[in-house]
Design a protein around this ligand. Structure first.
Ligand code: DAH
Length: 350
């Protein structure tokens, strides 16, 4: 046995030097492999006497067992080390905040739209919705703005490659005003269908939605929002426009500390026409006049185009900019921020 001790020690040393399972298996081959030292000794037994074979054989077996025990021990060690390294590499930092799914919220402009709808609904206005791809007739001609009229150039349009059966071109609507015509025409049909009594025939509607123009800077975006308003009846006057719009602004901005100014202007579809400016009395914008809408008494020709008698139906219309109202309400100075969809910006309005 003592003769074999150096071999066993040699094996232990070789095993402990092995750094990987592959190193270890190579080292093992040198001792118990097919031409390893122990295997060679075994082969030598054949030439010995029975007595010698017995003693030496037992000694070799013992050495072999010792080597195998050392081998298994080192295999286990290497496996443990590998596991530890893997655990370390794949470690989870449980103190990191998790990725949460945050509750969504309404876009600030959507909030404004909802507010506008609520406020006007409370004043008895219907809320209507209409097409964004609109015919040239609805966008312009029906609104007293015939082909080649200079006022058209103020609303440079996105034309689409569609021409109706009637030869009329289509465009992305540059304003929500076509909804005046569409809504009124639908009402006329409904009154006839339902036999609405003459005295109850009245049009009171707002039409919010997306609009498009070739315009892009800090206060203009090629896609923007408008909200049209229309009130036609037997006796609706400019005075009512002032009352309704002033009431709306005070409710919208939650402040009575607000002045309105109706500044003479021109629109083909109203006569007289006015731009509506508001002035905050306090806060960072105090004292400045800010334009928020166009408005006026609806032109008799437009009333005719609706299929109504301008002697019976008079009233006002307005078109306002919900994007502008949102900027004023929240103190945002660049319109483009609303359409970049940066979640860090939008989250502030939740
Ligand atoms: N459509 C006009 C524009 O986009 C705004 C407007 C002005 C609408 C006067 C109206 C109105 O209904 O009466 O510039």
């Amino acid at each position: 046995m003592n003769d074999l001790q150096p071999i066993v020690d040699g094996a232990r040393e070789a095993f402990s030097k092995a750094r990987t399972p592959a190193d270890l298996e190579n080292a093992k081959a040198r001792f118990t492999g097919r031409s390893g030292r122990i295997t060679e000794l075994m082969k030598g037994l054949a030439s010995l006497s029975v007595e010698e074979r017995k003693t030496l054989g037992a000694a070799i077996n013992q050495a072999k067992q010792a080597i195998e025990a050392a081998l298994n021990e080192r295999r286990q060690q290497l496996a443990d080390e590998e596991l530890q390294a893997q655990l370390k590499a794949e470690a989870l930092d449980v103190s990191l905040p998790g990725r949460r799914r945050e509750p969504g919220g309404l876009h600030p402009v959507s909030r404004t739209m909802e507010r506008i709808e609520q406020i006007f609904a409370s004043m008895g206005f219907d809320v209507a919705d209409g097409p964004e791809v609109e015919s040239d007739w609805h966008s312009f001609t029906s609104l007293n703005n015939p082909p080649n009229h200079p006022a058209r150039s103020m609303q440079d349009t996105f034309y689409v490659d569609i021409q109706g059966d009637d030869g009329i071109w289509y465009n992305l609507r540059p304003h929500t005003s076509p909804m005046q015509i569409r809504y009124a025409q639908a009402q006329v049909k409904r009154w006839a269908r339902e036999g609405t009594p003459e005295a109850k025939r009245e049009i009171r509607v707002i039409a919010p939605g997306r609009t498009y123009r070739v315009d892009s800077d800090a206060t203009h975006s090629p896609m923007f929002h408008q909200c049209e308003g229309l009130w036609l009846g037997e006796n609706v006057s400019f005075k009512d426009l002032k009352v309704v719009f002033t009431d709306f602004c005070r409710t919208f901005f939650e402040s009575d500390d607000l002045a309105l100014r109706f500044r003479p202007s021109f629109f083909p579809f109203t006569e007289p026409s006015a731009e509506i400016d508001i002035q905050f009395q306090h806060g960072p914008l105090a004292g400045r006049w800010l334009e928020v809408a166009g408005s006026g008494q609806v032109h008799p020709q437009v009333v005719r185009n609706m299929g109504l008698d301008p002697e019976r139906f008079i009233g006002f219309a307005f078109g306002m900019g919900p994007d502008r109202l949102t900027m004023l309400r929240y103190g945002v100075n660049d319109l483009r921020l609303f359409f970049e969809n940066d979640i860090r910006f939008l989250r502030q309005f939740q």
